[in-house]
Design a protein around this ligand. Structure first.
Ligand code: BEZ
Ligand code: MG
Length: 586
């Protein structure tokens, strides 16, 4: 008896330690997250604190083209740690030590310049000055360009019809050469996509995605649905495209003009896992910018579908033989995997339906996604190009086998609650899968923002975004500085969060409770918001009430009463305001 109790308590101690470690890792993850504080003001340069955060992120990646190494790696090596081991976990004492040294050196760099920062690293982490010099040279260039902002000048020149120099479109951290801003953003040559570097990164990320699914389900997903956006594939030189290719088990091959127009099958003994069936929904922007890339993706699917491989190692082929046996028997139909809007059309509109509360049941959100996105872009067996054939049955069939949905996030500036397009696309497709496959898919997002690629479930990502942005004083105080617009941004975040309830039931009720407490029940904050933007306060209260009415949150009656009171109070105030009366009587 005593022994059992003891054993139990030993297990509990172990379990407790594991939970404490897990909690610690989550706190570190929140702490390390780069949080945009406030909106970009056209023509205004970055502030010092923001600049230091950005430079720290820029310095955490190797930049072989500049011969610049990542500062955390240099510090780890200087202190005699194994860099791979340090990178594996976001939270351990070694990592904290390294991050602390790097942060201090960046602070010194911003305040006193490269020499002081390099000397600090030399003294505290045995990093030789000539090793850190290329990295600090890069930081110096980035820093100068962050200070010199040409946006207003360029706008004036463009209004006069003058020439504006071109610059690449990307995220600062991904590619610091987007600076200086205020240039004419150009895209990439679609034939250069995916780049070699993008393919290497994609292997990492897609493997992490499969590993995560395997850990949770004990097997690989038989089919995945991917969302591919145009701007993201510009920024990453085709990382999303490369992920799709790698999941299928092929690599891009360049022709004599160095254009990625062909694919090469990776043998199963090299791949060491089954080929995954992938359904790709691409945005209208992607379709317009990456037409040859869509053909490449379609080619990859057709090639893999025709491989003579056992069904348990080629899920695409297995799915296609099942559907050709059961349905029309048409190979071109069964192999259709690349979908977008009708030619000339953009967007899934799921966001508008949610924002306007214009939906009765959740399934209609998924149905709208398919209605908008069911246009097939393929090349048929006769070599003819099919550009946007409306094919809802083919999309329904492809989605009915999907077990996980996924989108790549590649910008620290725009996350899944900052804009409505993530729930429009990833939320929309996930709901479409849920009703067609009759099972909720696992929904994942990758985070290629940090050097260690991280796959998170949608629920984890919503929690992380809520904690680091919507509910984080650092974030919302930054927004409140922007007055009316800042108030609107806070309300947008709440609506975008709600979008994840509507499309994927992925929001913990505590998030709505904390939002209510922070912005409406806290009297001081409520008054501040009311002063800045009463319309957004009213919409926010309405959205929270809607979250309750649709079953996503169940606060007590007192809270509900307060929400109704706020809505009425603002409505009455508006009705009695002189401008509203003037509008009403005109
Ligand atoms: C795109 O880049 O494809 C995109 C951007 C914003 C919303 C949806 C798609
Ligand atoms: Mg529910």
């Amino acid at each position: 008896m005593t022994e059992t109790v003891l054993m139990k308590s030993r297990i509990d101690v172990k379990e407790r330690d594991a939970r404490v470690t897990q909690l610690h890792e989550q706190l570190i993850e929140i702490e390390q997250r780069l949080i945009p504080t406030g909106l970009h003001v056209f023509g205004r340069a970055a502030e010092l604190k923001e600049k230091a955060d950005l430079l720290r992120m820029v310095a955490s990646f190797d930049r072989p083209e500049q011969g610049a190494r990542a500062l955390p790696k240099l510090v780890a090596e200087g202190l005699g740690f194994d860099t791979e081991a340090v990178n594996e976990s976001p939270a351990n004492e070694t990592r904290e030590l390294i991050d602390g040294i790097v942060a201090e050196s960046i602070k010194l760099f911003c305040e006193k310049g490269s020499d002081e920062a390099a000397a600090f690293l030399n003294k505290n982490a045995n990093v030789m000055n000539d090793e850190s010099a290329p990295t600090f040279a890069l930081l110096e260039k980035v820093s100068q360009q962050l200070d010199s902002n040409r946006e207003i000048d360029s706008l004036m020149r463009s209004l006069r019809g003058e020439y504006i120099e071109p610059g690449p479109g990307a995220d600062i951290v991904q590619n610091p050469f987007v600076l200086p801003t205020g240039r004419n953003t150009h895209a990439v040559n679609p034939y250069s996509v995916p780049s070699r570097a993008a393919f290497d990164r994609a292997k990492h990320t897609a493997d992490a995605l499969l590993r995560r699914y395997l850990d949770e389900h004990g097997r690989y997903p038989r089919a995945l649905a991917l969302v591919l956006w145009g701007l993201d594939n510009i920024k990453t030189q085709g990382e999303g495209v490369a992920q799709a290719l790698w999941l299928l088990g092929v690599r891009p091959v360049r022709d004599t003009l160095n254009r990625a127009t062909e694919v090469e099958v990776i043998p199963l003994d090299e791949l060491k896992r089954p080929r995954i069936d992938v359904v790709m929904t691409v945005s209208g922007i992607f379709r317009d910018l990456f037409t040859p890339t869509m053909a490449l993706l379609d080619k990859a699917v057709r090639r893999v579908a025709q491989l003579d491989e056992p069904p348990e190692m080629n899920y695409l082929r297995a799915n296609i033989s099942n559907s050709t046996e059961n349905a029309t028997g048409d190979f071109d139909d069964a192999v259709t995997r690349v979908f977008s809007n009708a030619p000339g059309n953009y967007g899934a509109n799921v966001n508008f339906m949610v924002m306007q509360s214009a939906w009765e049941n959740e399934a209609s959100l998924g149905d709208l996604f398919v209605t908008r996105k069911c246009f097939a872009y393929i090349r048929d067996s006769q070599g003819g190009t099919v550009e946007g054939r409306e094919a809802p049955q083919l999309m329904d069939a492809a989605l009915s086998r999907v077990e996980a949905t996924y989108q790549n996030i590649d910008s620290f500036e725009v996350g899944i609650t900052d804009v409505d397009h993530y729930f429009e696309y990833l939320g929309g497709i996930s709901k479409a899968v849920e009703t067609r496959a009759q099972a909720k898919p696992s929904i994942y997002l990758s985070d290629s923002l940090s050097p260690q690629t991280k796959i998170r479930s949608l629920e984890e990502t919503v929690r992380l975004e809520s904690r680091t942005k919507t509910l984080n004083p650092k974030w919302y105080e930054g927004m409140l500085k922007h007055g009316f617009r800042g108030g609107a941004e806070i309300e947008n975040h709440v609506t975008n969060t709600f979008g994840w309830s509507a499309t994927a039931d992925a929001v913990d009720p505590w998030i709505y409770t904390e939002i209510t407490k922070t912005f409406l029940l806290d009297e001081q904050m409520f008054q501040r918001l009311l002063e800045l933007n009463q319309y957004s306060v009213q919409s926010l209260a309405k959205r929270l009430l809607e979250a309750h009415e649709r079953g996503y949150w169940n606060p007590n009656e007192e809270v509900l009463e307060r929400l109704r009171e706020i809505i009425d109070q603002i409505r009455l105030a508006a009705e009695h305001s002189p401008t509203e009366r003037a509008v009403a009587s005109s």
